[in-house]
Design a protein around this ligand. Structure first.
Ligand code: GTP
Ligand code: MG
Length: 300
């Protein structure tokens, strides 16, 4: 039997709603989400499987300028993601409007003959009039891209974007699926667990601190009824360590509790989670440490 099969990259500005969209498409938490920009740090796959199609969506870090080893890696991840894809989904937050950078990107992909589908995200935050007005702005671009207004939060039009994207996939023999049909991501659970801890830290911490942390899983032991996990939150400075810990450990407790609840939902098992805080100055430029986090620097 023939099926539609291929890779599709999801790109866009930080905070545009890319990770929320990939999670909504595969109906699983494959990529973490937070109100702070630059949440996603590496390419994460969300694999959409049906009997007659397999679409491998690639979530990417937000488009941004580079400053250090980690930023550089994040931007290279985007470039890596858009080579050899059947189509690109460009996520644009409808509450923010369209920028020149986004229009230029659409042009560039059009010239490269890479199909672009614009996902106008977060439509639940605006009224219908704004949706129509924004759609009207895309009318002159109808040759260059298709546009789907949607809400990942309300699961509105998520199916539609999958249908639109699937038009651009080649038909291949069923045996040529890239992944087994029951796989919905390429990342091991260990990685997702580390990311969920980072997600909660991003949620509770303010200012520059969330962007200065990494999460490293020290041990992950699964028995019949429980999973024991030890993890480090790694930060740059002693002053940050004090903030992450909070008064009498209150901040760390909040992060740990929220992470445990969320991890239990994902693994469907009781979880015992111990989090420690470590100071590792300049870790963002430490390539060996970045590799140990699962950011596969050499693969890009
Ligand atoms: N109301 C509403 N909020 C949304 C929707 N999609 C995403 N958000 C919110 O927008 C914020 C950013 O979402 P993410 O999915 O993390 O955005 P992203 O593009 O992956 O961000 P980076 O990884 O930082 O580039 C979060 O607070 C989400 O809850 C939506 O459909 N409706
Ligand atoms: Mg993201």
């Amino acid at each position: 039997m023939k099926i539609k099969c291929g890779f599709v990259a999801i790109i866009g500005k930080p905070n545009a709603g890319k990770s929320s969209l990939i999670n909504a498409i595969v109906n699983e938490k494959v990529s973490i989400v937070s109100p702070k920009p630059q949440t996603t740090r590496n390419n994460v796959l969300g694999i959409y499987n049906t009997d007659d199609c397999q679409i491998v969506f690639v979530d990417t870090p937000g488009l941004n300028q580079t400053h250090n080893g980690l930023d550089d890696y994040m931007q290279k991840s985007i470039k890596g993601a858009v080579t050899d894809v059947c189509a690109v989904v460009l996520a644009i937050d409808i509450t923010k409007g369209i920028t020149k950078q986004e229009l230029d990107l659409i042009d560039r992909y059009y010239q490269n003959k890479t199909p672009v589908v614009v996902a106008l995200t977060k439509t639940d935050l605006v009224d219908e009039k704004t949706v129509f007005e924004t759609l009207a702005k895309f009318m002159p671009l109808s040759e260059k891209c298709e546009v789907v207004p949607l809400s990942s939060l309300k699961h509105r039009n998520v199916k539609t974007i999958v249908e639109v994207v699937s038009k651009f996939l080649p038909e291949v023999d069923e045996s040529e699926r890239y992944f087994e049909e029951d796989m919905y991501t390429d990342k091991p659970l260990r990685f997702i667990v580390a990311e969920v801890i980072r997600e909660k830290a991003l949620y509770y911490l303010d200012k520059e601190i969330p962007h200065g942390i990494a999460v490293s899983i020290l041990s992950y032991e699964e028995s019949e009824n429980i999973i024991d996990i030890d993890a480090d939150i790694v930060c740059d400075k002693d002053s940050h360590k004090a903030i992450i810990l909070g008064k009498q450990g209150s901040m760390l407790k909040k992060i740990g509790h929220a992470a445990r609840v969320s991890i239990q939902k994902i693994v469907q098992k009781k979880v015992n989670l111990n989090i420690f805080i470590k100071v590792k100055p300049n870790w963002k430029n430490n390539l060996e440490f970045l590799s140990s986090l699962g950011y596969n620097i050499n693969e890009i």
